[in-house]
Design a protein around this ligand. Sequence first.
Ligand code: FES
Length: 109
Amino acid sequence: MNERPVEVGVQPHLLAALREELGVTSAKDGCSPSGQSGCCTALVDRKVFVSNQISLGKVASKSITALESFDRAERDRFAALFAAARALQCGFPPGIFARVNALEETGVV
Ligand code: FES
């Protein structure tokens, strides 16, 4: 998790482990159990997933990245871009930032 190995107990999905055991609060529960909002987005081996739709068994031994591990300058850049576009909404930006980061890394944007 965010570049360090972790162990967690039994949880219904990755989001629960992130928030309730690992103190990762950037991923939010915006719509459980539907999986529509993207508020809980995290990167699993640099691919985008909504963390409330993926079991811990599927992420065992994988690299999980949440907004907390992004470089501070990158988080500030995303925040400035979204503020300039007046695209500020409570709960959604961390998931959107994670998705934009993944898209930039793949050259899509
Ligand atoms: S909380 Fe809405 S997709 Fe995960």
